[in-house]
Design a binder for this molecule. Structure first.
Ligand SMILES: [Zn+2]
Ligand SMILES: [Zn+2]
Length: 332
């Protein structure tokens, strides 16, 4: 099979021929149709994780068809369409697993990071890591929902916001354009905080009720004019801007962060104490929920499609923020 791998931290993507892997008893073999290209892939490409093993095939937004079953399979069938996201498997035995929080498993496998992922024609995946992908969505659109989609949907769905509440989406890129669509379809009064007229046109097209230009206005003040946001979803990697947004939260409002940012946040405890506001991070969310909801409501990621052979171009475009808005490798 063809695969794209990284042989060392900071190394190039290499297109190679490999043996098709054989599924162990608790795995399936997947013939890959599409794989999203995500910021998380930089962990392998740039070597940002201690103890990573190389060569490694990246990719944790994988959609494909089950081609072969491991001997322990009870539930899955050959020919079924499945997805594999960030979580590549869990141990079922550690304290987190025993309390049902598989996402926090101490021995978790991470697809495309600790195991080979979806920049390839085939991959093996643990059975507990599979999501069912129903008909009704093209694999190219389903792929980004396995990571970017489930994260933004899960953050909003698990928040304290109810239908009609004011919810703000900070940033309108790969995560934000999905968060916006989910917020509108979940019935929230939705404000987008971003900059420039191009983003405003896109925000309005995707259903935003308000657009607050962060380059010309004080976003927190503008949110307070609207009554204060019950939830602000932080999808922009800008710690300074995010810190200032706390003042735009309503009573008991929460700022939920889903984007990685290297800089420190800085804010006054008073900003949190006044109104009992909360800041929290979020990495979870169930892919099947996000995909089912997207099929029901017509939410779709905006994607740029590349062949597997152009993985380098797709990755560079994604990393430089030039992709609108998720890059996806179409493999079969
Ligand atoms: Zn990801
Ligand atoms: Zn565990």
């Amino acid at each position: 099979m063809k695969a794209v791998q990284v042989s060392s931290p900071g190394g190039d993507f290499e297109l190679v021929q490999k043996e098709i892997p054989k599924p162990k008893a608790n795995e399936v073999l997947i013939k890959i149709e599409a794989c999203g290209v995500c910021h998380g892939d930089a962990i392998v490409k740039e070597g940002r994780f201690p103890g990573l093993q190389y060569p490694r095939v990246p990719g944790h937004e994988v959609v494909g068809i089950i081609a072969q079953l491991g001997s322990e399979s009870k539930h899955w069938k050959v020919g079924q369409r499945v997805g594999v996201g960030w979580l590549g498997g869990h141990c079922f035995e550690c304290a987190a697993c025993r309390s049902g929080e598989f996402g926090a498993c101490e021995e978790a496998l991470t697809t495309g990071i600790t195991t080979d992922g979806g920049y390839a024609e085939y991959m093996v995946a643990r059975m507990e890591a599979l999501s069912r992908i129903p008909d009704g969505i093209d694999p190219v659109y389903a792929a980004p929902l396995l990571c970017a989609g489930r994260t933004t949907f899960g953050a909003l769905e698990s928040s304290g916001a109810k239908g009609g509440d004011l919810v703000a989406i900070h940033g309108l890129g790969g995560l934000g354009h999905l968060g916006l669509q989910f917020a509108v379809k979940l019935g929230f009064e939705t404000a987008v905080l971003s900059r420039g007229s191009e983003k405003e046109i896109l925000a309005r097209k995707l259903g935003a009720h308000h657009f607050i230009d962060t380059s010309t206005t004080d976003a927190a003040k503008e949110l307070m004019k609207l009554g204060g946001a019950k939830v602000i979803l932080g999808t922009a990697p800008n710690s300074k801007a995010v810190s200032e947004l706390v003042n735009g939260l309503s009573r008991n409002g929460e700022l939920i962060l889903v984007a990685y940012a290297g800089e420190m946040m800085q804010l006054s405890p008073v900003a949190l104490m006044r109104g009992g506001r909360t800041i929290r991070g979020w990495v979870g969310g169930r892919p099947e929920d996000a995909i089912r909801f997207s099929i029901l409501t017509g939410v779709r990621p905006m994607v740029e499609v590349f062949p597997l052979e152009h993985a380098t171009e797709a990755y560079n475009k994604m990393m430089s923020g030039k992709v609108h808005f998720r890059a996806v490798l179409k493999i079969a």
